[in-house]
Write a protein that binds this ligand. Structure first.
Ligand code: T4K
Length: 391
């Protein structure tokens, strides 16, 4: 007899919760000796380990310079601070709020752009319209690891500075280059939910050495060393223990991306024949790092919406997230901004249909296969599941 979904009284498919994400941290026996060195040296922040991380990241990414910061958000905030632009910045609304917050903290106005329905990244016509409307810079976003269409952005942006939120993208390659090498600067996150982790941290990759030098001052309150601050900076330094973990994690980046490719393929194989299930489209020129694995759920064809499917997976002990719902332009700090906010129909559509499934580098293949099987069972009993959720 077919097992019933847990929501309808069957046993949960997993005994303990499968999280949406888990940091894949380097082995403790590799961390320990480096930490001992750090503590014995007495220099526990912004010192040798940070400098080594910056050199290793720079070389891996093939960029002019890399600057370690306390997290991706502070990296973005500092770049906008030192660029000292006047005028609005165009960014997608389908992103984590940090992309927009970094601008707003700097007093910069935001022009929210629609995304493409298939790739979830910035729409070229939307960017062209924003440039015509007076945008002074662009903040593209790598969504779940997928790169924006760089050739399209480069032609649409009319030479405006582009600073990407590449929080999800360490390990992604696009158009024959590494993420980190596009635009003026790109900022990675090393938060626990990312492919490369520092526990908390960020890396700014840039082709502009002068910008990198300014960021090293700006991350230290803006103090160039003589306490005559050049900007209202931040303490956005990275600590030495964080840099140790980041360096070891960076070494494992390629193998972890390869592991995620296996898991993503298993999800696609396990779900692709289900009616109403679609996937984020990766352009052929992009090799994503699969930071997140997203499906699109068509409620009519599948029998349940993405929200309902997520709810049906809770009692199976499978955690999901509807990243990035609600879209940023509808969130409290942004929805009441003066001036008309254009409708962003693709963004709203993706938000309404997206569901991120568990994905992390040490997730077991058998778990992914089991998640696919339980989604199939939920689909087979979609009418009953929907009825139960509505009671
Ligand atoms: N730009 C974009 C596009 C981003 O997505 C983000 C952050 C940023 C910028 C900002 O980067 P940072 O300034 O943080 O470097 C999570 C992350 O906290 C956040 O970093 C991430 N994006 C966002 C997409 O996801 P939440 O609120 O969903 O996280 P939370 O705490 O609910 O955790 C999610 C899952 O991770 C759970 O399964 C538990 C697991 N987890 C979490 C932590 C903190 C762990 O296993 N270990 C942990 O230590 O935001």
């Amino acid at each position: 007899m077919t097992r019933e979904p847990a929501l309808l009284g069957g046993p949960p498919v997993f005994a303990a919760e499968i999280p949406i994400n888990r940091p894949t941290t380097p082995p403790i026996h590799r961390i320990e000796p480096l930490l001992r060195e750090v503590f014995e040296s007495g220099m526990v922040t912004n010192d040798r380990q940070v400098r080594s991380l910056e050199t290793e990241a720079r070389d891996l990414l093939g960029v002019e310079d890399a600057v370690a910061v306390s997290n991706c958000t502070s990296g973005l905030m500092l770049i906008w601070r030192v660029l000292d632009l006047k005028g609005p910045v165009a960014l997608p609304s389908f992103t984590f709020p940090a992309t927009a917050h970094a601008l707003t903290w700097n007093g910069l106005d935001t022009i929210f752009l629609d995304c493409e329905k298939d790739t979830f990244t910035i729409s070229k016509p939307a960017l062209e319209a924003a440039v015509r409307g007076g945008a002074r810079a662009v903040s593209p976003v790598y969504v779940f690891g997928n790169a924006p269409d760089w050739p399209a952005l480069e032609s649409a942006s009319g030479g405006l500075p582009m600073v990407s939120d590449a929080a999800h993208a360490l390990g992604t390659e696009a158009w024959g280059r590494k993420a980190g090498s596009f635009g003026l600067a790109e900022v990675f996150s090393l938060a626990p939910t990312k492919v490369v982790v520092a526990c908390e941290g960020g890396i700014v990759a840039t082709r502009d050495r002068a910008l990198a030098a300014e960021l090293r001052v700006a991350r230290n309150y803006g103090n160039p060393g003589n306490y005559d601050c050049r900007w209202v900076g931040l303490n956005a330094r990275m600590s030495e223990p964080h840099a140790v973990i980041a360096r070891l994690s960076l070494e494992e980046c390629a193998q972890n991306v390869a592991r995620r490719e296996v898991l993503a393929r298993a999800y696609r194989q396990g779900l692709s024949d289900l009616p109403g299930i679609g996937f984020q489209t990766m352009p052929p020129e992009v090799r994503t790092n699969w930071n997140y694995f997203a499906i699109l759920v068509d409620g009519d064809a599948f029998g349940l919406t993405s929200k309902q499917l997520g709810a049906a997976l809770v009692p199976e002990k499978v955690m999901t997230r509807r990243y990035f719902h609600p879209p940023v332009h509808t969130q409290k700090p942004y929805r009441d901004l003066p001036g008309p906010q254009p409708p962003l129909p693709n963004t709203q559509w993706v938000c309404d249909h997206v569901l991120c499934l568990p994905m992390y580098s040490h997730l077991e293949l058998s778990v992914v296969e089991e998640i696919c099987r339980v989604i199939r069972r939920i689909h087979a009993r979609a009418d009953a599941v929907r009825a139960r959720l509505q009671t």
